[in-house]
Design a binder for this molecule. Structure first.
Ligand SMILES: [Zn+2]
Length: 72
């Protein structure tokens, strides 16, 4: 598979339209249809979202859970 100049330009234009990391992070927790549509078409954002997912998996979610009142 080779990359033509057109596909390179297209990739750059896609990136130009990309939501920033804050928006992507927010989308990860609270999915937004218009962002989901962009991510589905954009390999760069797909990759960024996957990196975020791996980070969240590594960190874990236990810290975000409220402490049950009987343990507090
Ligand atoms: Zn994008």
């Amino acid at each position: 598979m080779t990359y033509s100049f057109d596909s390179l330009v297209e990739a750059v234009l896609y990136r130009f339209n990309c939501p920033n990391t804050d928006v992507l992070t927010n989308h990860y927790f609270y999915p937004v249809p218009v962002i989901a549509k962009h991510v589905a078409e954009c390999p760069l954002c797909t990759e960024e979202l996957e990196t975020l997912r791996q980070f969240e998996d590594a960190v874990g979610h236990d810290d975000h859970k409220p402490i049950p009142s009987f343990l507090a």
